[in-house]
Write a protein that binds this ligand. Structure first.
Ligand code: AMP
Ligand code: ZN
Length: 465
């Protein structure tokens, strides 16, 4: 079955046809680097990693671009208030650049622990693309889509007739529902800032001269400017979490299509949210979890990845420690099976299983069914061990558990609890990435649970203390 994907723009699952045969251009809305990415944010990037793998599976070369938002994203996601990065800088008594660099590196480390293949992604920072953003605003100004208020340059959404087309947004509802204070100088409530002036008498850490005055870009313009710079005025796929549909992505469409007169993106894909213990992830509830917290709960990030794939990317997921630990047990079993099969010479991929697997993947990335099929393969007595290993390796090109690198010592594994073994795997990976801090933290965690990890030439050894 050819690949089909659910397109938010049409509200339908559609056959995927790229603009250029054999090639795919994809932009992923990336992190705002003012704090660690929480496990909900990280769901968005596991999703795009699996999507890229599915495109590769189907023979496409993929140009994947992800932005790093290091300026202009305001607390509350609107046009007013404080800049998230600058606010954290003030609180932590650091420069905005130090904050952005620190959390960018933390993000890159976090996504590595989830086996998200960074080497496939072109990362671009908003602050490295100020001239491109200014030039796009100038184009919009020339075409009459902008107006100037006392605090910035705004996009006039009434001038874009399709405003709100993505997800068929109920604009009246959006306006009423908005908690953001309305700016009396805005012509329409949905208008948004393209360029904000630095507040009078105040020097921001991050500010640049522009034809309209010293200031900084609005949050939405960076994604249009950078995506079109790297992928062209029209490209294939744009992703983000569903929260971006009503405002951020509709604003991107409005400013890009007004500037170029062309369709901006063909396929818009959005991942559903992750809740924790039945609640929205929220600072006020205090339920936010980061990769570090997973590790101290005894959950390996790869097991978290496995658990995410047990749900469809468009289904809301509810994180509970027990359900993710259950997924971890399943993953460890799978690793053990794989290691056992690898005692035989590697066989050939089982064509029937690969075909059925592909049908699930190509059906809008149905990873839950693909995982269920994997367990059917495990139990199938008619397939030889060598062929099972080869088939599972093929499946893993989508799952991204990196089974071929797993090296759990067989005799020890029986006595060591799965979460400890996975933590040791995680530590090994951190060591390979020369992330000594994380490796030491994981060692301490393993020891606090009563086990000792020793590095050997072949990998690691685990034993009870
Ligand atoms: P941000 O750094 O706030 O721009 O968000 C990064 C990405 O995470 C965006 O694509 C959001 O849509 C997505 N996101 C934020 N919260 C969640 C959540 N609870 N579950 C899934 N995705 C989320
Ligand atoms: Zn974006």
């Amino acid at each position: 079955m050819p690949l089909s994907l659910h397109n938010t723009l049409t509200g339908k699952k559609e056959p995927f046809v790229p603009l250029i045969p054999g090639k795919v251009s994809m932009y992923n809305c990336g992190p705002t680097v003012y704090q660690y990415a929480h496990i909900g944010n990280l769901r968005a990037y596991v999703f795009t990693d699996v999507l890229r793998r599915a495109l590769n599976w189907n023979g496409y070369g993929v140009k994947q671009v992800m932005n790093i938002t290091d300026v202009g994203h305001m607390v509350g996601d609107g046009d007013d208030g404080e800049d998230k990065v600058e606010k954290t800088a003030e609180k932590e008594k650091k420069t905005a650049q130090e904050i952005a660099t620190f959390y960018t590196n933390a993000f890159l480390e976090d996504i590595s622990t989830l086996n998200i293949d960074k080497s496939k992604i072109i990362f671009c920072k908003a602050t490295d693309h100020i001239p491109e953003q200014i030039s796009l605003i100038q184009t919009l100004e020339k075409k009459g889509f902008t107006y100037i208020t006392s605090d910035g340059v705004y996009f006039d959404t009434a001038r874009f007739k399709d405003y709100g087309k993505l997800g068929n947004i109920d604009l009246a509802g959006l306006e009423e529902g908005s908690r953001v204070e309305t700016n009396p100088e805005k012509r329409n409530k949905t208008d948004f800032a393209l360029w904000k002036f630095s507040p009078a008498g105040e020097k921001r850490q991050q500010e640049w001269p522009s034809p309209w005055g010293v200031g900084f870009p609005g949050w939405h313009i960076e994604c249009s400017a950078m995506s079109m710079k790297y992928l062209g005025e029209t490209f294939d796929i744009h992703t983000g979490g569903i929260d971006h549909i009503p405002v951020h992505h509709n604003n991107e469409i409005a400013q890009s299509e007004s500037a170029t007169g062309k369709m901006y993106v063909h396929y818009w894909l959005h991942n559903a949210f992750l809740n924790i213990d039945g609640h929205k992830i929220s600072k006020s509830i205090g339920n936010t979890l980061y990769i570090r917290d997973l590790i101290s709960l005894g959950i390996s990030p790869v097991a978290y990845r496995y658990w995410l794939l047990t749900g469809h990317y468009r289904t809301m997921l509810n994180f509970t420690k027990d359900s993710v630990l259950g997924a971890q047990t399943a993953l460890v079993k799978l690793i053990h099976h794989f290691i056992e099969w690898r005692q035989s010479p590697l066989g050939i991929e089982n064509a029937d299983y690969v075909k059925r697997f592909e049908d699930f993947v190509n059906d809008d990335l149905d990873t839950p069914k693909a995982l269920a099929l994997t367990w059917e393969l495990v139990k199938d007595k008619k397939v030889s061990a060598g062929d099972k290993a080869a088939t599972l390796l093929k499946f893993d090109s989508i799952f991204g558990f990196n089974l071929s690198t797993m090296s759990i010592p067989k005799t020890e594994a029986e006595e060591i609890p799965p979460e400890i073994t996975l933590l040791a795997e995680e530590r090994e990976k951190a060591r390979q990435n020369k992330d000594w801090k994380l490796a030491d933290a994981i060692r301490a965690e393993i020891e606090s649970r009563g086990y000792e990890v020793k590095d050997t030439e072949k990998g690691f050894d685990l034993r009870a203390l």
